[in-house]
Design a protein around this ligand. Sequence first.
Ligand SMILES: [Zn+2]
Length: 341
Amino acid sequence: MKAFYSTKQATHFPEHFLVNGVFQPNPEHPDRLARLAEGASAAGLDVAEPRNHGMGPIAKVHTPEYLAFLKGAYKRWSYIDGASPAVVPDIRPVARDGKYPASVVAQAGYHMSDASSPITGDTWDSICWSAWSAVEAAEAVLAGDQMAYALCRPPGHHAAADIAGGFCYFNNSGIAATHLQSRFPRVAILDVDLHHGNGTQQIFYRRSDVLTVSIHADPERFYPFFWGHANERGEGEGLGYNLNIPLPRQTGDVDYLKALKVALDRVEAFAPDALVVALGIDASIDDPFGGLAVTPDGFRSIGAAIADRAKCPTVIVQEGGYLSETLGLNLTRFLDGMRGA
Ligand SMILES: [Zn+2]
């Protein structure tokens, strides 16, 4: 299996995010990239650089307004006297049905759902290369590989078509899925991150050609709060094509694997031509978010269960998973499971 990432994905380094009203060190730290790369190498993957795929594959998922905002916001923000060193929203519209705002301050509120995705001078470059890693992995599978791994950092599954949030800017899993559709029309996205993949859900919510399934800590008292509940099943043509499986906090390996079976039953019933695994490893018992309690052996079992049931070409897209003793090891174990090692 090949793994793709660029060291340019490490330049984005927002120092802070807002927790309970207090600025704290941002856990989406650039060191994640090196740790995860070590984990992929330890699993025996061949690591390669993605090519520059331009904006085409990204623009199939994100709106032109949003792309222009992300690309230009930092420079426009820096013209404001006394502004912070990164773009962070401080006012948000209750509804987004009015005119599109002209001010970069208002656009930040329009396009950012929270204060955890600051835009620095390096953000644009990093998020483009992160998305191109997803495209490159999809290209490998389109060319005949059975599996490929995209080391996407910054992550993507909280980003909707025109909204950043939760450390995410471009929805890398959605971009990979859309890119795969050139040869594989029906794609399932299975999201095993600790947090609900609300951005991915929103992008495909009215569609029946992309199934979205997410297993995550119950959002009743956990990020992203407003989405990820079991009654969100899709809308219109997409009704029945979204499945959320919220889990009680501190769920461990045994109950996680039971939930995964339900998720894989749904994926199998959809009979996809290709699969995208949105791989967050923040469900780890060692992750600083402390939401779920999956062990390294649990990650191997998760990988093995997915590989056993999903017989179609598969792109694994890195989502969350934060600095801890076992970050790299958990990735290695998951990939071992996927490869039957
Ligand atoms: Zn997460």
